[in-house]
Design a protein around this ligand. Structure first.
Ligand SMILES: C[S@@+](CC[C@H](N)C(=O)[O-])C[C@H]1O[C@@H](n2cnc3c(N)ncnc32)[C@H](O)[C@@H]1O
Length: 256
């Protein structure tokens, strides 16, 4: 009897693991999105353009490719599931009160720029920069589709931005130490760079990676870094990685 019980639970457990794995996969997300757009001709064309750019990325981008060459950022508005839902993130970030129609924002490592596009109507201008031309092209395609004209998409390295340009707000969402090694100078130097690009009284909105949680080195370094700024907000955020609601990250808002 015990053996039957064990086999039963073993099968159930593995079945759940399998379902979880499948639901995490980019293939599942892509198929789901393809089905959803079938009755939306405008979105069908948009998705075709996006998929063409993803194909170009697969052929030509020789650095690390996020989300298995599907979308890292999802956005329900355009029926893209992606790995991280832009809607849930914005809901959880609650940064609207730090934005106004006079602010200029720099979105560092913006990826496809969906966070910038979703918040564009709250600010004067957003400069969304990423070194991956294909992700930037997708951002431009979506921006055109939605008729948003105050987000400037820039293909470039965040370390090559001219030093005399400064912003009211800088967003660094999971971009301080990137898988593709495009940014990996360590936290203290990274924040020095943000500081150089920030106007007086400007704010930095910073989201950690999942793996920073309980990382003592990260926690120690952030303690020192936050001493150089005014800490306006500090929270744990969760709920927006496809397939898991439990994952936590640190979230900081710092004023110069
Ligand atoms: C983990 S993703 C985070 C994307 C986005 N900030 C978000 O949270 O949805 C890191 C991004 O940084 C970009 N990146 C890496 N190194 C860069 C660099 N030196 N300059 C600009 N972008 C960079 C990558 O192409 C990637 O899109």
């Amino acid at each position: 009897m015990n053996l039957i019980k064990k086999i039963f639970w073993y099968t159930i457990n593995n079945l759940f693991k399998l379902i979880h794995k499948i639901s995490l996969s980019h293939t599942y997300q892509k198929s789901k999105d393809q089905i959803r757009i079938q009755f939306r001709p405008g979105l069908r064309m948009l998705h075709k353009q996006i998929n063409r750019e993803l194909y170009n990325q697969k052929l030509n981008w020789n650095k690390y490719i996020y989300a298995n060459n599907y979308m890292y950022q999802g956005w329900d508005k355009i029926f893209i599931t992606g790995l991280r839902s832009t809607d849930s993130r914005i809901q959880e970030y609650k940064i609207e009160k730090y934005l106004n129609e006079k602010s200029t924002v720099l979105d560092i490592g913006c990826n496809t720029g969906f966070v910038s596009l979703a918040l564009a109507n709250k600010v004067k201008k957003i400069y969304a920069i990423d070194h991956n031309v294909h992700l930037i092209n997708i951002g431009k395609i979506v921006s055109n589709y939605l008729g948003i004209n105050n987000v400037d998409f820039i293909v470039g390295d965040v370390f090559n931005i001219k030093n005399n340009v400064r912003f009211d707000q800088i967003w660094s969402f999971a971009s301080h130490d990137t898988n593709d090694k495009g940014i990996n100078i360590g936290l203290p130097l990274f924040f020095d760079r943000l500081d150089q690009l920030l106007k007086d009284k400007g704010t930095i909105v910073f989201e950690s990676h999942e793996h920073d949680i309980k990382n003592n080195k990260f926690i120690d370094e952030m303690k020192k870094i936050t001493n150089n700024f005014k800490l306006k907000d500090f929270r744990f955020i969760k709920k927006y990685r496809f397939g898991s609601k439990r994952i936590k990250r640190y979230f900081y808002i710092l004023e110069k």
